[in-house]
Write a new protein. Structure first.
Length: 224
């Protein structure tokens, strides 16, 4: 698999990460934080929504403990991503550590939606992860550098991350042979929006969906 073929897979993420990264950089610049913080945060944290959360917590003068707990809860969903990737990464070299580090929502969706030959998987996974992170880094640095030069109304732009993940999820659904897990998760999501507190809806719904899918894994596989 050529580098260009892998790059084409990441174009949807490029289209989302560049403007969203710029929005992060603009927010950072608006808080009078030096531009290079955008670079280092995007290289060593690379958390997307977590970086937006961090800026809000910085602005509210939150403690290190508060920042740690809030970031942990926000990114707890990545635990479920990691569990589903165990078999795919088990034969990788040390490079799997970078893939695990860079396993964002969008990268996870790309790795799951593209059928890559097993012998090419390690190289392709590393390149996909690195390209996606580079888009975020480039966007955030550009936004931070331009923040004090160009007037920009960034209200609502953070929703582009959600929209991008929805598009990738639809693609994953269309390519998957098993649709029942998706439908069950959607139903549980709607139930969670109804009965769970809004601040705990995501993690409780994820936990409930994971429990149901694990308990009824055999029945779901037999029924497809």
């Amino acid at each position: 698999m050529s580098f260009f073929s892998i790059f084409k897979m990441t174009i949807p993420v490029l289209m989302g990460y560049i403007p969203l990264g710029m929005a992060f950089g603009l927010l950072l610049s608006n808080m009078l934080i030096p531009w290079y913080y955008a670079f280092f945060m995007s290289v060593f944290i690379f958390a997307g929504a977590g970086q937006f959360l961090a800026l809000g917590l910085f602005a509210s003068h939150a403690t290190i403990l508060e920042i740690g707990v809030a970031t942990f809860l926000l990114n707890l969903r990545h635990t479920f991503y990691g569990l589903s990737m165990i078999s795919a990464l088990k034969n990788f070299s040390w490079k799997k550590n970078y893939v695990i580090f860079g396993l964002t929502d969008e990268t996870f969706a790309l790795l799951k939606t593209n059928d890559i030959k097993e012998e090419e998987r390690e190289r392709a996974y590393v390149i996909i992860t690195a390209l996606n992170q580079s888009y975020w880094v480039i966007g955030s640095v550009i936004g931070a550098l331009l923040g004090n030069i160009l007037p920009f109304n960034y209200k609502g732009i953070e929703f582009s991350l959600t929209a991008l993940f929805v598009v990738l999820s639809i693609d994953l659904y269309n390519k998957s042979k098993q649709h029942k897990p998706f439908l069950i998760s959607i139903v549980i999501g709607f139930i969670g929006m109804t009965i769970f507190p809004s601040d705990k809806m995501l993690i409780l719904s994820l936990g409930l969906a994971a429990t149901v899918l694990i308990l009824f894994k055999g029945a779901l596989e037999d029924g497809n």
